[in-house]
Design a protein around this ligand. Structure first.
Ligand SMILES: [Ca+2]
Length: 402
């Protein structure tokens, strides 16, 4: 077991046994009680069915010489991700202590949306189905209570109206451990009004849809006949087929030849976004170069929901299972069967993995536009910097799994 693995496991055990001390989690990843309460002020509609808890291991030799899958014609708006072995996670120093240890993984081929689901695409889904997103529904306190410790006080009624969390710059340096310093519960915020009721998405058809919960993303994917990617599929695709892992998908330099490769927060977070990369906030999907697979925005712009449950120690647990098995890699891992985040008020509250970072990520904060970066977010929580894209399993894989 590596040093990092041991550290994560020790931290997990300590948290399970007693309340974590101040240094238990890496500072940027800790959530204050207030922030967690705000996050919990949304419907706790937890869908556990899709991808929970399975984990497949195979002998290295068993898949050698496997014939490449016949892919058929490309579905509209999707690109072919060939699948292969790769190193998931990293042993390098990272701002948050949840990305290691590095793990040998193999994913099978799949189709992936070329870009995040846009406002225009999500509008078509809503018009076709009449779907109402999480943020557009009143908050059910009886459901929210299930995500909070016993005895948590009921918020005032005005906080239980439809709404979501909106980013607001405090305009001055703040404690980065407390996300409540820049996220504000805003009645009337939704995918149609991402910054609150007076905002809109007019002229932003090509922007990724935001303020969508995991439940909303799953509903869209099912309507589209697709699914959310696993964390492993997402991370493999984010590498763009590069032969070696680098800090960013395009290399180790954040700005090669001075060029911005993705939409991040420029300036000192969260004081002032200087928009040196051209955007303070969400950008349209073609604004920055695609990776080697032709995928746009696999770094920055908006975080992307994945299917997996989030555990801070997920990679460590997988590494231990892999070591016990004696196998060479994990095949198509689908994440843990539950959630664990010691930075939360309720460490076992359900969270799903988000990947890719956003326009709010910066060198001075979380640097989460790296492929290995990961975060846990409650599935009933939409935010102004979280969107999603879908994947599709080729028919021959679907047939093979029957
Ligand atoms: Ca930017």
């Amino acid at each position: 077991m590596g040093v990092k693995t041991r550290r994560i496991r020790e931290r997990a055990r300590a948290s399970e046994g007693r309340a974590p001390e101040g240094g238990a989690a890496s500072e940027p990843s800790r959530k204050s009680g207030f922030a967690s309460l705000q996050k919990a002020l949304m419907l706790a509609a937890v869908a556990l069915a899709a991808f929970g808890g399975t984990f497949a291991l195979v002998k290295f030799s068993q898949s050698r010489g496997q014939a490449p899958a016949a892919r058929g014609p490309a579905p509209a708006g999707m690109v072919w991700i060939p699948g292969n072995e790769f190193i998931m996670g990293t042993d390098e120093p990272t701002p948050q202590d949840n990305e290691g240890p590095a793990l040998a993984v193999k994913v099978d081929p799949f189709w992936m949306d070329r870009h995040d689901v846009t406002n225009d695409e999500f509008r078509k889904f809503v018009e076709a189905t009449g779907y109402v997103t999480t943020a557009e529904k009143p908050v059910d306190w009886e459901e929210v209570k299930k995500e909070l410790p016993p005895g948590a006080p009921k918020p005032p009624d005005e906080k239980l109206q439809p709404g979501s969390l909106v980013y607001t710059s405090p305009g001055h340096p703040v404690d980065l451990r407390d996300m409540a310093n820049w996220w504000t519960w805003t009645n009337g915020a939704s995918w149609k009004h991402p910054q609150g009721p007076t905002s809109n998405i007019d002229g932003k058809d090509d922007n990724p849809v935001v303020q969508v919960s995991w439940d909303d993303a799953v509903a869209y994917a099912r309507w589209a006949g697709k699914r959310l990617p696993t964390e492993a599929e997402w991370e493999f695709a984010a590498r763009g087929g590069a032969k070696t892992n680098t800090r960013f998908w395009w290399g180790d330099e954040f700005r090669p030849d001075g060029k911005y490769m993705c939409n991040t927060y420029t300036g000192k977070f969260p004081v002032k976004d200087t928009a040196e990369d051209g955007f303070a906030g969400v950008s349209p999907w073609k604004a920055f170069p695609p990776n080697g697979y032709g995928l746009y925005d696999m770094a920055g712009n908006v975080w992307q929901w994945t299917a997996d449950f989030y555990r801070v120690d997920a990679h460590a647990l997988d590494a231990e299972r892999l070591a016990r098995s004696g196998d060479a890699y994990c095949l198509n891992p689908k994440g843990p069967s539950d959630s664990f985040d010691p930075g939360n008020i309720k460490p076992d509250a359900v969270e799903r993995v988000t990947k890719g970072g956003s326009f709010l990520c910066s060198v001075s904060y979380c640097e989460s536009y790296r492929p290995t970066a990961r975060r846990g977010t409650p599935p009933d929580t939409g935010l102004g910097h979280i969107g999603f894209r879908c994947v599709l399993t080729p028919p021959q894989r679907q047939d093979a799994s029957k």
